[in-house]
Design a protein around this ligand. Sequence first.
Ligand SMILES: Nc1ncnc2c1ncn2[C@@H]1O[C@H](COP(=O)(O)OP(=O)(O)OP(=O)(O)O)[C@@H](O)[C@H]1O
Length: 362
Amino acid sequence: MGYDPDDGSLDATARVVDASTTDEERRIEAALRPRRLAEFPGQQRVRDQLGLVLEAARRRQSPPDHVLLSGPPGLGKTTLAMIIAAELEQPMRITSGPAIQHAGDLAAVLSSLAEGEVLFLDEIHRMARPAEEMLYLAMEDFRVDVIVGKGPGATAIPLELPPFTVVGATTRAGLLPAPLRDRFGFTGHLDYYNTKDLQLILTRSAGLLEIESTPDGIHEIASRSRGTPRIANRLLRRVRDWAQVHGQHIVDEEAALAALELFDVDQQGLDRLDRAVLEALCKRFGGGPVGLSTLAVAVGEEPDTVETVAEPYLVREGYIVRTPRGRSASRMAWEHLGLTPPKPVAGQEQLPIGDQPGRLDH
Ligand SMILES: Nc1ncnc2c1ncn2[C@@H]1O[C@H](COP(=O)(O)OP(=O)(O)OP(=O)(O)O)[C@@H](O)[C@H]1O
């Protein structure tokens, strides 16, 4: 799918501001990952807490508590898991919730772990229930019960495991059952980055990719990256493309402005789909509230795409307010489109302000 030249529509998978990723991009990302905690910009609190947990484990010469990392895609959960293994000087085994559909899949991984090894379980909230139960026991007692045989004659043979550390990552911490969540001695919640930290990340990435840049150019990209390093690094590569094609070989403000305009990413990091949603909401539905499926039809997208791709950022930044009666445009949404918000009618609800806590400082 991707970009459709006939109707000009842009499929979600082709958005430069989408925080999900492809195999090809994962290869590029691997080269940009910081390897040590000291090289990891941003997330100061999680970094300090994790630093302490790891240092204490090092001094005790025993594996640390299991670690759960939660937060939206592209903020550095995988990177931090790799850093944990590197700081502990231990190998890391990588698997993911969707890959573990049977308890036997997990038993095979657990029984082959070496002492002290780090087991990274990405998307841990998507693991099958029987495997989850096996994981509780393994995390707590370093033991798995291997079931031999079937039916009434089946027997559980306990298998002792060497101590190891689970690092779980999830974008949906709320979906984890409490017994599993409780097995993690340390939980770090990653939040969106501010522009200053994204500038540090971009400057480092530009150095690694041998891209010449100016502070203005880097600032422009950082401020449109939705608080997400993955998006920042991707926008940097698109601006680099623009600069190369235009023979100027430097990522400066001019290149950033031109490239981001070409890719339809505006000053607030909103792209065409985001703006289409806001325009439909304000111009066609008078600011709402309007139901998700009606809104999706108006912008020619699936409800799921509007809900998972455009809406989270628009809600987080305060452009859209979700109410039990549907989605409403905030004052910010009207102003972003250069429109005058309607005057509140006496006896009716006030227009949502849109200055919600958690807004990024860019
Ligand atoms: N603090 C940071 N400093 C430098 N680069 C970062 C930072 N956080 C993330 N990145 C970069 O962003 C990209 C995405 O990071 P990562 O894969 O760790 O995110 P994630 O949270 O695991 O995403 P997902 O939930 O999609 O798996 C990587 O290239 C990584 O190097």
